[in-house]
Design a protein around this ligand. Structure first.
Ligand code: HEM
Length: 191
């Protein structure tokens, strides 16, 4: 039974991708298609941050190690959706107009923070292999703590881009804060 867990998580993680692909192919994106793709991929990036951060607390609560074996895949899907989200903005919305993109990064603080979060995801994605874990040893753990900063930047990005109703970003913020506090509590008890 256990051997089906990982493939199941893999296919479940692909559902949002196929959903947006379906909407693109069958013209179901509504009146503002680019905005819809940006929102969809942005939301799923944040959800995958939450899924990735949840594995360690779930292991602690259920006392089952299996959760940790999903973490790497969920982290890579987080990078996948963040990259789709970033590319929607860079390649579809701005059509690779790097002058305007650079101006946006420097003048719109929510873009700056989002971009910083994506840049910080790069070293995590590139060191996600088993080889990198063996090679980097203790440094790997330290490097992968960047996910905490990325999650906070992702939340700030969302709070800053919302113009009126802050309910949704604040719900995400509360979940991320609880997950981060859980982690620090685990560390305190361990020491
Ligand atoms: C870890 C990285 C990131 C996360 C977690 C994230 C998350 C989000 C979320 C949750 C939304 C709002 C979705 C909604 O309205 O429901 C959003 C919107 C947006 N994001 Fe990101 N994002 C990230 C990185 C980026 C990057 C790298 C860029 C571009 C350089 C970017 C550009 C945008 C834009 C343009 C919007 C739409 C703003 C609007 O509605 O006017 N994001 N993002």
């Amino acid at each position: 039974m256990k051997k089906y867990y990982k493939p199941s998580i893999f296919f479940l993680s692909l559902i949002p991708f196929f959903l947006i692909l379906y909407k693109i192919i069958f013209n179901k994106l509504g009146p503002e298609p680019v905005k819809e793709i940006t929102h969809f991929t942005g939301e799923w990036t944040l959800l995958f941050i939450i899924f990735t951060l949840s594995m360690s607390p779930l292991k602690k609560i259920t006392k089952l190690n299996i959760w940790i074996s999903f973490r790497r895949m969920l982290g890579l899907f987080l990078f996948f959706y963040a990259t789709l989200h970033m590319l929607t903005y860079v390649a579809i919305d701005y059509r690779l107009d790097f002058q305007s993109i650079s101006k946006d990064i420097l003048t719109k603080k929510f873009i700056f923070v989002g971009f910083a979060a994506w840049i910080l995801l790069l070293p995590l994605a590139f060191t996600s292999s088993k080889k990198a874990i063996i090679y980097l040893k203790d440094k790997w753990k330290k490097l992968h703590r960047l996910i905490y900063i990325i999650s906070i930047l992702g939340i700030i990005h969302f709070i800053w881009l919302v113009k009126k109703d802050l309910t949704e970003p604040l719900i995400y913020a509360a979940i991320v804060v609880i997950l981060l506090l859980f982690r620090f509590n685990i560390k305190r008890y361990k020491n």
